[in-house]
Design a protein around this ligand. Structure first.
Ligand code: F6R
Length: 622
């Protein structure tokens, strides 16, 4: 998704801006650009990779001490150079080229009332060069500018509806940069010399430049100048350093190293034993305190709830679907799981005794944040997040939190963050079970032992990679695939299908196996591979009947079975035997071969595995 970097310094900041963009590349983008003040506004833009932008800059010798840069993920207007940010204001006047721009601006988010603003600016004589909603903000600031950029931006914000993080500068005040945010993240970085200041959509963009970070909150506006900065809140009231403290944030630029792996996704799949070990580090017993928030006690909250509502998107939603099985069977607590983008807009019946649990890798997903706020507005104040980014908006806005320690996830397709979420959700299940008197000491000890062994169990599953590669060779030639699971492995089938479709572009669907004969069986032919997650659990015999239904129609089965599932390979039946049956935690192991299957199938088809088409890493727009 879009990324922003901005800087005011007494040195040439172009290398910092462009390296910042390179660090944000993992979020997904389709064009990029940089603009600086150099006796006027100068810029370079590209619809290729950041490396191409760097080559352009090297040729044109673009340099400056104030500037902004952007990676764009198209929402309004196709990926094209004229739509790439930064945008410059032109006019008002009939001929844009005769009126050199004075405002340069980059924007993440979506301006909902851009049509009406565009019409009113056009009526004033502004000429539009792009189809973007962003250009509207640029001209709007220009139309309100009267020698003070801070005042012009503040005035413009009052007319904007939607979500935004912006960074803007003006050629008439060349050592000043203004940033503002509503609904999209923005941070301010203080340089080691205290002279240079930065803006970015993500601390990762400033890794290696500064670790001194101020997190802007909803509605904040930043006025950045050489050696100083000011912040105001949404009512434009000045903020003190205590209200927006500078925090030391270790954003690991080292996470960007690929090491021996071909892609980040492969690296991240193989990092799962470490990610789970880190996420569970120090957990030797089940304590509600594991979930305490900055100002709230989980023990108190857990006593005050009678149900759970999980809100999330995509892969994170599937981890919530898995957790529902755990929460209802182990903690015996009624649990509902909803796709965040649906929940936020539907009429629902709020229960103030519900624990609202959001699950999000990034902590910045616009739909999940909006769903949380919607639940809060309905009077559901008990909120908890399972999140991979401790400094994210989600962690700040939830009462309680469990921070997973998967580490930075670069591949757009989520892998290690998913299993780390499951680890956090299993702990939450046990903590709620304990609080409700449903967890004996013996059971607690058994579960902790199983969790401690997870890294080793995951390692054993990763060793199956060569067998999965053999499957992937078959899948690479297919255009459709069906995934089946039952019980808590049904969400794992859903996740396997999502992984395959998003990176290999093979159409894949997942069904609870019992649903097969209610419709999807009509699709089954010898051209349709059917992946079946078949652990040796209470539903295995039922699942075997479903597998017979597939084979009887000539379908080819690819089965993940446990050692004692008693399913043998045969004509049209391929079996990978998982190392051990892992009881309640089995979904965490069974998802791994499905991640590898998607990965190797995508490699065989030659797709851009880490940056699949049309997708972005952190979905900060609705
Ligand atoms: C799929 C994937 C997405 C994310 C979804 C939510 O591989 O990564 O479906 O899971 O966009 O993102 P977060 O977890 O950051 O809220």
């Amino acid at each position: 998704m879009c990324g922003i970097v901005g800087a005011v310094s007494n040195q040439n900041i172009v290398p910092i801006l462009v390296q910042g963009l390179a660090r944000l590349e993992y979020r997904g983008y389709d064009s990029c650009g940089v603009a600086v003040y150099a006796n006027g506004l100068k810029r370079a833009r590209s619809t290729a990779r950041v490396s191409e932008l760097m080559a352009q800059i090297a040729t044109t010798h673009l340099q400056g001490t104030t500037g902004i840069a952007h990676t764009r993920w198209a929402t309004h207007g196709a990926p094209a150079v004229h739509n790439a940010h930064p945008h410059f204001s032109h006019g008002p006047g009939a001929d844009a080229s005769s009126r050199p721009g004075r405002i340069a601006l980059v924007h993440n988010g979506i301006i909902e009332n851009h049509d009406e603003l565009r019409a009113s600016l056009q009526a004033k004589g502004y000429l539009f060069q792009s189809q973007t909603d962003t250009e509207v903000i640029c001209h709007l600031v220009d139309s309100l500018y009267d020698g003070d950029l801070f005042e012009a931006v503040k005035a413009a914000l009052g007319s904007l509806r939607g979500a935004y993080a912006i960074a803007v500068f003006c050629k008439d005040e060349p050592h000043r940069l203004i940033g503002a945010r509503v609904g999209s993240p923005l941070i301010l970085g203080v340089g080691p010399d205290s002279q240079s200041h930065y803006l970015a959509s993500d601390a990762m963009a400033l890794a290696g430049v500064t670790d001194q970070i101020v997190y802007l909150e909803e509605g904040d506006v930043a006025d950045i100048q050489l050696g100083k900065y000011w912040l105001v809140d949404k009512a434009f009231k000045p903020l003190t350093a205590a209200q927006r403290p500078v925090k030391t944030v270790h954003a690991h630029s080292g996470a960007a190293e690929l090491g021996p792996y071909r892609h980040y996704m492969q690296k991240e799949i193989f990092e799962q034993p470490r990610a789970i070990a880190d996420t569970l580090e120090g957990v030797t017993s089940i304590q509600p305190e594991l979930f305490d928030g900055a100002d709230a006690s989980a023990a108190r909250v857990f006593k005050d709830i009678d149900s759970v509502l999980i809100l999330a998107c995509g892969t994170s939603y599937y981890s919530g679907c898995t957790a529902k099985y755990w929460l209802e069977s182990i903690a015996k607590i009624p649990t509902q799981v909803e796709v965040a983008s649906e929940y936020r807009y539907r009429d629902s019946v709020p229960n103030p005794r519900t624990l609202v649990v959001t699950i999000t890798q990034s902590g910045e997903t616009a739909d999940t944040l909006a769903a949380l706020r919607h639940a809060q507005s309905l009077g559901m104040t008990h909120t908890l997040t399972i999140c991979n980014v401790a400094t994210s908006a989600m962690v700040r806005e939830c009462e309680l939190a469990y921070i997973t320690r998967a580490g930075v996830e670069i591949g757009v397709a989520s892998t290690k963050a998913f299993t780390a979420q499951l680890a956090g959700l299993f702990l939450l299940t046990l903590a709620l079970a304990q609080s409700r008197g449903m967890l004996s000491d013996t059971e607690e000890a058994r579960h902790i032992k199983a969790m401690r062994h997870l890294p080793a169990a995951l390692q054993a599953v990763l060793a199956l990679e060569p067998q999965v590669i053999a499957w992937a060779e078959d899948f690479a030639a297919k255009e459709n695939a069906l995934f089946l699971g039952r019980g808590m492995h049904y969400p794992i089938a859903l996740e396997g299908a999502l992984k395959l479709k998003e990176i290999s572009y093979i159409h894949a669907e997942a069904y609870p196996a019992g649903e097969l004969k209610h419709g999807p069986l009509a699709l089954v032919t010898s051209a349709m591979p059917v992946v079946t997650v078949a652990p040796h659990d209470a539903l295995l015999e039922k699942l075997k009947s479903n597998m017979h239904e597939v084979r009887a129609r000539g379908g080819v089965l690819y089965v993940l079975a446990d050692a004692d599932s008693k399913i043998e390979s045969a004509e049209g039946l391929h079996v990978i035997r998982m190392p051990e049956h892992y009881g309640e935690l089995s979904p965490m192991l069974h998802v791994v071969p499905l991640q590898l299957l998607a990965y190797h199938t995508a490699c065989a088809r030659g797709t851009d595995v880490d940056k699949p088409r049309n997708l972005a890493k952190s979905v900060t727009v609705e």
